[in-house]
Design a protein around this ligand. Sequence first.
Ligand code: SF4
Ligand code: SF4
Length: 100
Amino acid sequence: MSHIVTESCNECKYTDCCVVCPVECFYQDETMLYIDPNDCIDCEACVPECPVEAIYAESNLPSQWNSYIQLNKDRAESLKSSGHITEKSEPMEGPGCKKK
Ligand code: SF4
Ligand code: SF4
C-alpha cells in the first residue's frame, strides 16, 4: 500500500506535500509530483497539505484514477536520480491547474 498523487496535481505543483513527508518519498517532473510506493509509510501527513486534494490513500482512491497507482511507481523509479523534491518551491499553476 501507498499514497497516490492523482490528476489534480497536474500543472499545479503546489509542493506543500513534500515538506511534511517524514521519509522524503516525493519526486517531480515538469507537470506533477509522484510518491515512491516503496518508501511511503502511509502516515497520511501529506493528504491535508495539498490545496487541490490530489493525494489519496491507495485504499481510498477514486476508481477513475486507478492508473495513477502504476504511474506513481513508474515515474518515481525513473526520476530517482533527478527528480527528488523535499522542499517547497514556487507553484507551477499552469493552464491545466484547476485551482485558481
Ligand atoms: S501539494 Fe498537491 S498539488 Fe501540490 S505538489 Fe503536492 S500533490 Fe501536487
Ligand atoms: S503518506 Fe506519509 S510517507 Fe506517504 S507520501 Fe504522504 S507524507 Fe510521505
